[in-house]
Design a protein around this ligand. Structure first.
Ligand SMILES: [Fe+2]
Length: 279
């Protein structure tokens, strides 16, 4: 058992994920040292699991505000809370279906991607619906010196269309028009963070590598992703109602495993805004 400041944690895998022990709602909201300890534990573990918290939206927002500025969206009933479910007509239902591919949130735009995402489980599916995490820092660190050198010069193009095409085999013209509203963005394949750490920017949103054919680029991206997400490098969380999981979106890839849209699975998400652009 490790102590991250005032936080007791137990690693789930060597490279990603830790369960946090001994934190209740009172500590989430009032422990003065908790925000820094959570930030340290996230930097070290990438994703943190708190079991059985059963927090309501107000508590989730209050806790997340202790970590930074929150993203808001006007179409949410509560601007700080995005409800993720596949109910027919749910906002963003189509985009949630794209989440079955590994990705980094916000990597398809030039703005700083979200720093921390916090999900709490309000209703779970009996089968499927797990969320998986893998460390993009560990993915970089596992490269050979020759690869680190070679990849430091490469740039990757990321787009919404790239990830959505992987979720829909036969998109309609209307879907393509929607996905192509933004043409995507170029990023370095190896992101050098302000901390000096480096991570790999790969996932379903990566559609090609500049200077390579689409096929060569996809082959490289798929190879890197396969190496980064071997079972021993994946923290897969099977949800129980009341669990809260948070992750450092700048240092991990994540994906949701498929589940029955009729299961009613419902996750409430708060997003702490990022301050660091991909560079
Ligand atoms: Fe996501």
């Amino acid at each position: 058992m490790a102590k991250s400041g005032v936080l007791k944690t137990e690693k789930v895998t060597e490279t990603v994920g830790a369960e946090v022990l001994g934190v209740d709602v009172d500590r989430l909201l009032h422990d003065e040292d908790l925000p820094d300890a959570v930030a340290d534990a996230l930097e070290e573990n990438g994703a943190l699991l708190f079991r059985g918290l059963h927090i309501d939206d107000e508590t989730q927002i209050a806790f997340c505000r202790r970590l930074g500025d929150l993203e808001t969206m006007s179409f949410n009933e509560i601007p700080e809370i995005m409800v993720i479910n596949l109910d027919p007509g749910a906002s963003h239902e189509e985009y949630f279906l794209g989440n079955v591919n590994w990705h980094v949130d916000g990597a398809t735009s030039q703005s700083a991607p979200p720093k921390t995402t916090v999900l709490s489980a309000h209703k779970v599916s009996a089968v499927g619906g797990e969320t998986e995490f893998a460390s993009s820092y560990a993915a970089y660190e596992a490269l050979s010196d020759e690869e680190k050198e070679r990849f430091s010069k490469l740039r990757v193009h990321c787009s919404t269309e790239a990830i959505m095409r992987k979720a829909f085999d036969n998109p309609t013209p209307e879907q393509l028009t929607r996905w192509q509203r933004s043409s995507g963005v170029e990023h370095p394949l190896a992101w050098t963070h302000e901390s000096g750490r480096r991570s790999l920017l790969i996932g379903g949103m990566a559609d090609y590598i500049l200077g390579m054919t689409v096929e060569e680029g996809q082959a490289l991206i798929n190879d890197l992703l396969a190496r980064a997400t071997t079972p021993d490098r994946v923290f897969e969380h099977t949800w129980t109602v009341g669990d809260m999981v948070m992750w450092d979106n700048t240092g991990v890839f994540h994906r949701a495993m498929p589940y029955d849209p009729k299961s009613g699975r419902s996750m409430h998400r708060c997003t702490v805004a990022g301050t660091e652009s991909i560079a």
